[in-house]
Design a protein around this ligand. Structure first.
Ligand SMILES: [Zn+2]
Length: 71
């Protein structure tokens, strides 16, 4: 939800790696990234991809939206 208009923002990509998301795995780009996110939610932080950066970035502070559950 962005109240600012005029700022052109790119299409939302995979929240894990930023690649274009696939319909089959949205909002992720692949099962791998979906699995990574799932692992995080499960409390496991051992399945992070190599592209993962430190979680110290201010963009990820605060509660984030829960991904759609597929079951
Ligand atoms: Zn991805």
């Amino acid at each position: 939800m962005s109240a600012s208009d005029g700022a052109k923002k790119p299409a939302p990509g995979c929240p894990i790696c930023g690649k274009p998301r696939e319909e089959a795995y949205k909002p992720f780009c692949s099962k791998r990234c979906a699995d990574v996110d799932l692992s995080r939610w499960l409390g496991g932080r051992y399945a992070i991809p190599a592209t993962e950066e430190d979680e110290g970035d201010g963009a990820s502070s605060g509660p984030r939206e829960a991904p759609p559950r597929t079951h």
